[in-house]
Design a protein around this ligand. Sequence first.
Ligand code: UDP
Length: 573
Amino acid sequence: MELTENALKVLHARYLLRDEKGVCLETPEDMFRRVARNIAGAERLYGEDASYWEDRFYELMTSLKFLPNSPALMNAGKSIGQLAACFVLPVEDSMKSIFDTLKNAALILQSGGGTGFSFSRLRPRADIVRSTGGIASGPVSFMKIYNTATEVIKQGGARRGANMGILRIDHPDIIEFIRVKRREGELTNFNISVAVTDEFMEALKNEGEYNLRNPRSGEIIGSIKAKAVFNEIIESAWETGDPGLIFIDRINRANPTPHIGQIESTNPCGEQPLLPYEACVLGSINLSKYIKTEDRGQKTEDRIDWDMLAEDIKIAVRFLDDSIDVNIYPLPEIEKMHKGNRKIGLGVMGWADMLILLGIPYNHKRAFEFARKIMKFIRDKSKEASEELAKKRGVFPNFKGSIYDAPDMPKVRNATTTTIAPTGTLSIIADCSSGIEPLFAIAYKRLVLDTELYEVNKYFVRIAEKRGFYSESLMNKVFKKGNLKGIKEIPMDVKRLFKTALEIPPEDHIEMQAAFQEYTDNAVSKTINLPNKAKKEDVEKAFILAYDKGVKGITVFRYGAKKGTLVKIADSD
Ligand code: UDP
């Protein structure tokens, strides 16, 4: 296998099997074999040839064309056996529920999964507590307990604990929630997002007010100017990156199984809306591997190996569906829910690399068009694959009453098939750009597991050599700046092709997110980067634009803003 030094470091540190003394017991090839064998074991349940599929899965992973989410690589075939990255747990308005869920979250975190929670059902601060005659301490105080517990659990876990905390915009404690991360050191193991309703967005547009409701009694406790609350969100997001927004009504309009429940939260990085107790297994196709020819004379479409992509999507869907059957679930409730809806999330990584190889700048009109084309293809092929599986294995058990239970809809085995994950670690293993993000820098120092690694983008080096402008002194300049702006030896077209995240205006980041969202069942992980000098109005513009463009949520990050949570700039420590 061809693995970079960085990939090997990451695999050695967290993924490869070790004995009690910490001695590494497998090579990366052994790891992929372990994963392929474990997942393909599910084929036996359907009377299929498990060893045939083991080899297909092994080839797909070792060619680095597809990787499943980290927990699958870490845990498959081990006694822990937990393969999913994404979970949502319910938090009901009772001490019992709050602490039962905390315990359950601890089990998930230990296995490398990330958990999202909506705290919207908790009664507000200072509300009555009948059983004790006391007063309630409110959602934010319980989030702090969850945060502390995560801090302790993560020391022993497979990776950094990641949580998503959601509060509805109409919860009486919304202002406290919005402001909480402005204080250094608060909720560092949480990404937080406000669940924004259409009613709120309407009030905002009309410069009106909206109602706050006590979730315990359903009582309207007052109304508040939408703009005043929005300004608080903008202030916090500008300062710290949190909170993000999730457009909760839009998410529920796309809920494939409304008869099973309402969606109230996403997983930690926002790409996976889920029902309470639901899980999802993710996997990502490395798009940089599907360029047939680098001959720029040919039409973009003709340069993609569509046949290989179609075939690999089919195998990847099967892999993800199989992993539901062999998964060892942390809780029986989660097993029931995941096996009921059988949600899988196939997405992409290496998108920025693909565009570079095609010679299309990240924010060119052709890039947005091509994003739609690629993602539509993946969606269609993944649905076909899911339909094919359903013919042999049956539709997902909660099918009746779902949106697919209609004459003109495909009879599928999976309630969802597509999600765009951040691929923070997967992209290091596969040596490609992460998710659908543009390059963050052309050359940089990356801290991977306490080791400083120096990297120059391999495609830039290649072009520089090929076109004859490579030199040590030029590379030093690129290292110092991180981007190519203002370096006169570099031709204009190369500068345009290698634009980094901060050279791309926020509206183009959103446009790319929207392009992928159009053909994605679940959601799209994307950071909307803003330069340090961005103003609060720029954050406001980005939020409104995101809503208007039809995405399911948005997170902004202003370069250099203080940030307590590292998950969104997912590296691998
Ligand atoms: N995740 C987590 N802890 C982490 C990174 C990720 O729990 O340190 C979970 C979280 O639910 C996130 C999902 O894994 O949304 C996918 O993240 P990513 O694609 O970056 O993970 P990878 O598979 O590359 O490790």
